[in-house]
Ligand binder design. Structure first.
Ligand code: PSU
Ligand code: MN
Length: 318
């Protein structure tokens, strides 16, 4: 079920000429200052308006407060953009014609001059082509429940196998099969570091029932792992799982029932493929009366605080 990894994309010193960078991001990269990439599927397909754009603006502010330059990534009017304006963020949050763009979709969206909100996989690839090594998101895609028959495994995993970017998330949602996702990451040679605890987190909840393969307790330690791996010439990403703060989590016991119901309804509605994650996220917000959305926003902000610190520490090793 696991396809062989394509050729690695190294993070480059000079941004690829097809990318459109803001002056701020370009200068920071040229001077070796910390830059943190941010994805845009979470804006266009992961949260309702206006919380999506408020989250996007706030997360950029947190990255700046942490001493790094934020670079939200998307394809707009067919052009891959590294760093966005507040107007761009508003467009991504509201436009009805924004494609959810993973790596396979990038060329198509560009050729049509269309808008694409980039997934973790596509954001990693564009970040690497720009020379950005640190990327903050909410949750990564993984192996879906039922994947042994549907083959639904997120391209986020194959991208982590090949592209040298560190991805800070709050772990893997239990709409996915967490155990199979961790097994697949091991097969693909992707280190999974959990920050500050022994247990791999389940996005909305701190607990998943799975022990994390590796524990780390500081941003400096995480930066040292990134540096050691890439200095040795090992391609591929680093997955950093940062558990949602205790006072913001929805306990796993409560999420289990909600997720089971959302999955049943999804099957009944015949929803498959790339539409599954956006459908489930939206339905879970409804079923929790908005509680899951508050948790989702809180964990992204928490990841942004850690991501900025990692980028600052990694820049020191540059
Ligand atoms: N998880 C979330 N919010 C999101 C996503 C995942 O809590 O918005 C998005 C991310 O962009 C991730 C993508 O890369 O869903 C995975 O989609 P798929 O399983 O179709 O690869
Ligand atoms: Mn899928």
């Amino acid at each position: 079920m696991i396809t062989p990894a394509p050729a690695p994309t190294p993070a480059t010193a000079v941004p690829h000429p097809r990318l459109v960078l803001t002056d701020e991001v370009r200068e920071a990269l040229r001077e070796g200052r910390p830059v943190v990439a941010l994805e845009s599927t979470i804006i266009s397909h992961g949260m309702p308006y206006p919380q999506n754009v408020e989250m996007a603006v706030e997360v950029e502010r947190i990255i700046r407060d942490g001493g790094a330059v934020p670079a939200t990534i998307a394809v707009l009017h067919g052009r891959p953009r590294i760093g966005l304006t507040p107007e761009d963020l508003e467009l991504l949050a509201t436009a009805p014609d924004v494609t959810k763009a993973s790596v396979r979709d990038l060329g198509y969206v560009m050729a049509r001059g269309a808008h694409g909100a980039t997934t973790v996989a596509a954001t990693m690839r564009l970040a690497a082509l720009a020379g950005i090594r640190t990327f903050v998101t909410g949750g990564i895609g993984g192996v879906h429940r039922g994947a042994p028959t549907t083959f639904d495994i997120s391209a986020d995993l194959t991208e982590l196998a090949t592209t040298g970017v560190a991805v800070i998330s709050a772990g893997v949602k239990s709409i996915l099969d967490i155990g199979l996702t961790l097994e697949t990451l091991e097969t693909l040679g992707v280190p999974v570091l959990t920050y500050g605890t022994e247990e791999f987190p389940a996005f909305y909840s701190r607990r998943s029932g799975f022990t994390s393969p590796m524990r780390v307790d500081s941003a400096a330690e995480i930066a040292a792992v990134m540096h050691a791996r890439w200095d040795l010439g090992i391609p591929g990403g680093v997955s950093i799982a940062n558990p949602v703060p205790e006072d913001e989590e929805v306990p796993a016991e409560r999420m289990d029932g909600v997720i089971a119901q959302a999955l049943t309804e999804m099957d009944e509605a015949g929803i498959t493929g790339k539409d599954t994650t956006p459908y489930l996220l939206g339905r879970i917000v409804e079923l929790t009366g908005g509680e899951s959305l508050r948790t989702n926003i809180a964990l992204v902000k928490n990841n942004a605080r850690l991501g900025a610190r990692i980028a600052v520490e990694y820049a020191k090793l540059g």
